[in-house]
Design a protein around this ligand. Structure first.
Ligand SMILES: Cc1ncc(C[n+]2csc(CCOP(=O)(O)OP(=O)(O)O)c2C)c(N)n1
Ligand SMILES: [Mg+2]
Length: 805
């Protein structure tokens, strides 16, 4: 993400004089945008040497479809403070525009889908120009600006109004089939957002097909029911004028009534064939009406859609500006492949123009192979207009960093057994008392705030609502006071919405000029439900902390539908996320404070106290109360400074068998390492005691972050692979496991696979215990029995591991 310096017009959008744009100039610009977008895809496919037999690809038709809307936006409607999400398949249009605006070097134009070049789909983190919202997984891109606008509403309410931004999304019509769109539209957290405008590229085609039947009525009522302002930009000027002629109404009715497949099949036809197809099934009065239209004009007339009429689009956008209390959606009727020979073809989604067709298009826009990549002539009216727009759209720099000191610990203490979920709540309450950190904390949950222990935080900070709302149910335990100063954003049950909101809260430094410290909670099994949005947020470079709680079969009576098993692997494997699963209160406190400190710092800190990682944080927690005495014993043995460093690095020796049972060491007893993570540690400790009774020395390692240990191992391995040298043992592993090379047993309330690599990392036999089937209701002891997580199973696994030596 590049940061550029410049000034923004501080006046609200509505007070700025809007220069009257010359539509002819704008048309010249859009023709050039169409050319460049088409040619960017063409060059990638026809000119880059193919070395691996894999097609390059790109979407000329999907791009052409949005050329007019994007031209109208960037070259007339938008201001510097506005933020735009562009449909994935129109990325060439976006980059062509950035090039014309002077924000992208010409050398990139021939590097679509090339290593280090333009990404296939707009990417905040990987593209060379400034992308506001990554897109790619359809349905998520449009919703991101909606949650960015919700974030702005929150930021304005807490930190003062900033210059108005309009949050715009350009989406494909088939994206509306994705359920997450409707989850977002329906949630009250996104209602009343007058700064949102969605522009649906209504080309009535998806990837596979011409969409049968037009669902505009269904969509209109769905948006309207959710309180949106809906506009259609259906017909272009020519058709609209024709409709005013005598009998013109009949023509309109016929076009409106014509089956979509029939209408789409008109594109690309000409002359008498077109006339015949157009009139097939038409009411009698339409024939004579179009008889007056010469063959050559008929194609232009009947396919004159509003989504390519710059004036009509601009008018619609301005109408949306006036809607200050509800989001707007504009259905812009377009032609997929507009202006190209593949227009409207049902198979055009991935179709590429031939060399001859590209040559013809180049000639049509008045270019030659010598000047085809040139920007617009700076002395021409279009060139001058573009230069003016470029200046108008420059943005001021933004900072990721919050200038606050987050404490290393809240000092949480537990006299009785306590669960990690309970500690999460306590740490948050404590941080909400810290005047430096508190203002930036914001929590959110999909209807599980109270059942994931956020109630204490909510009692202190309140629930966010744009206006103060009266409370009708006074509850002595839970205040639930709703108003503009609330710091918890409550969502309906949609884990997609949770991760989309967290993703945008974590990007508010960029999109709203205010860094925040976002924290979300979700029942751990339902991380899978929001997973694509989780991936989306982290791929976008967002930073937040999410707690998946409760997790695993340890929430025993809740049963199999609520018991997560694969989430540890998800956390471990997802790039841009640091996964942590502590068992003890102080370890969680340290990990949380450290993570929040890193989020506040805004960038990866290189300290000796902790490994270098960046991105979001995922805590997998439990409701099982654990006796804290074993941790306190390790604390006395190692001291706070050493223990904290090891907890942050991913693991520490919770129980040192040689320290505990020096006699076993003296006897030369066999040694094993028992490695546990999270709620299962009591069983692991008990197994160590039983093994000691049988004359086997068992160390216990508490893995606080499987992810950090794995990354440390991978870093040293990769270093070895890349430099062709023998890899060293990663420091974090050496510290946690010591120098002894003895068999290990891993124990985890998660799929056994997630920890099974520990044996490889240490170069020793390993028996991984975990949950590899769906769970069911029962109590903890019963379920641990069923899945071989009891102390007895761990003992047997240790004997098995020793026998594998
Ligand atoms: C979640 C997801 N599923 C499937 C795809 C593959 N895909 C890419 S584009 C597309 C069709 C999109 O149609 P539409 O949104 O109407 O776009 P347009 O017609 O403008 O190309 C599909 C299925 C995807 N990118 N993301
Ligand atoms: Mg479409």
């Amino acid at each position: 993400m590049t940061e550029t310096a410049q000034t923004v017009d501080p006046r609200p959008v509505d007070e700025r004089a809007r220069p009257d744009v010359d539509l002819e100039v704008l048309d010249t610009v859009q023709r050039r945008v169409l050319w460049l977008a088409t040619r960017i895809v063409d060059a990638a496919n026809r000119e880059r040497p193919a070395t691996d037999g894999v097609k390059v690809g790109g979407h000329q038709a999907s791009s052409a479809s949005l050329v007019s809307a994007l031209t109208a936006l960037y070259f007339s409607h938008l201001d510097a403070a506005d933020r735009v999400s562009v449909k994935p398949h129109a990325s060439p249009v976006f980059h062509a525009i950035q090039y014309l605006l002077g924000n992208l070097d010409a050398s990139y134009l021939t590097r679509l889908r090339d290593r280090g070049g333009l990404q296939s789909y707009p990417s905040r983190t990987k593209d060379p120009d400034e992308v506001d919202f990554s897109t790619g997984s359809v349905g998520l891109g449009p919703v991101a600006p909606l949650f960015a606008a919700a974030t702005r509403r929150y930021v304005d309410a807490h930190f003062g109004d900033r210059p108005r931004s309009r949050f715009v999304a350009l989406l494909g019509d088939a994206e509306l089939d994705e359920g997450n769109i409707w989850e977002a539209v329906a949630d009250s957290a996104t209602s009343g957002l007058g700064d949102v405008m969605w522009v649906v590229d209504f080309n009535r085609q998806s990837l596979d097909r011409v969409v049968p039947g037009i669902r505009i009525d269904q969509w209109r009522s769905a948006f309207e029911a959710a309180g949106w302002h809906v506009l259609e930009v259906k017909y272009g000027r020519r058709l609209q004028q024709f409709f005013t002629r005598p009998g013109g109404e009949a023509l309109r009715r016929w076009i409106d009534a014509m089956p979509n497949e029939q209408y789409q099949s008109l594109f690309g036809l000409n002359g008498p064939v077109l006339r015949e197809r157009f009139l097939d099934g038409a009411p009698a009065e339409v024939g004579p009406l179009v008889a007056s239209v010469p063959d050559d004009d008929l194609a232009v007339l009947v396919t004159d859609l509003g989504g390519h009429d710059l004036g009509a689009l601009l008018e619609a956008f301005t109408t949306c500006d006036d809607e200050r209390t509800r989001p707007s959606v504009v259905f812009a009727y377009t032609v997929k492949g507009w202006g190209l020979p593949i227009a409207g073809n049902p198979r055009n989604h991935s179709a590429l123009l031939s060399g001859d067709q590209v040559d013809a298009l180049r000639a049509e826009v008045g270019l030659t192979p010598d000047d085809e990549w040139d920007p617009l002539d700076p002395t021409s009216a279009a060139g001058q207009w573009v230069a003016q727009r470029s200046h108008h759209l420059r943005r001021p720099p933004r900072s990721r960093t919050l200038d606050v000191v987050v404490p290393e610990s809240t000092g949480v203490r537990a006299a009785k057994p306590v669960s990690t979920q309970e500690v999460l709540g306590r740490v948050l309450v404590d941080l909400s008392r810290d005047p430096a950190v508190a203002p930036y904390l914001v929590t959110t949950a999909p209807d599980v705030a109270t059942s994931t222990n956020l109630a204490g935080f909510i009692n202190r900070t309140g629930v966010f609502a744009p206006q103060d709302l009266r409370s009708w149910n006074e509850d002595p335990l839970l205040k639930w006071a709703q108003g503009p100063k609330g710091q918890h954003i409550e969502l309906g049950i949609s884990e997609m919405n949770l991760f989309l909101l967290l993703g945008q809260l974590g990007l508010s430094w960029d999109l709203s000029g205010q860094p925040l410290l976002p924290i979300g909670t979700v029942y751990d099994p339902f991380v899978c439900r929001g997973l694509d949005a989780f991936v989306y947020g982290t791929y976008s470079g967002s930073r937040f902390l999410v707690a998946g709680t409760p997790s695993g079969i340890t929430l025993a009576p809740e049963g199999g539908a609520h018991q997560s098993t694969i989430t540890a692997s998800i956390g471990l494997e997802l790039p841009g996320v640091t996964f942590m699963e502590p068992a003890y209160a102080t370890a969680l406190d340290w990990l949380m404070c450290h993570a929040i400190g890193r989020m506040a710092a805004g960038q990866a800190l290189t300290t000796s106290a902790a490994p270098v990682d960046d991105g979001a944080y995922y805590l997998r927690l439990s409701t099982r109360p654990l006796d804290q005495a074993p941790f306190e014993a390790a604390r006395r043995r190692l001291g706070d400074a050493v223990l904290r460093r090891q907890v942050l690095a991913g693991g520490y020796r919770l129980l040192d068998a040689h320290h505990e049972h020096p006699e076993l060491a003296e006897q030369g007893a066999p040694v094993v390492q028992l490695v546990g993570s999270g709620a299962v540690l009591p069983e692991v400790l008990q197994a160590a005691a039983e093994l000691a009774d049988e004359g086997i020395a068992a160390h216990v390692v508490d893995v606080t972050s499987l992810d950090r240990l794995y990354s440390a191992w991978q870093r040293t391995l990769r270093q070895g692979v890349r430099t062709a040298t023998a890899p060293s043992v990663a420091g974090a592993l050496r510290t946690a496991f010591g120098p002894e090379r003895v068999p290990v047993v891993t124990v985890h309330d998660a799929a056994s696979h997630a920890m099974a690599w520990v044996g490889s990392a240490l170069g020793v036999p390993c028996v991984p215990l975990g949950v590899d089937e769906f769970g069911q209701s029962g109590n903890v002891a019963q379920l641990y029995e069923l899945h071989d997580l009891t102390a007895g199973s761990v003992v047997n696994a240790a004997l098995a591991a020793l026998s594998l030596r």
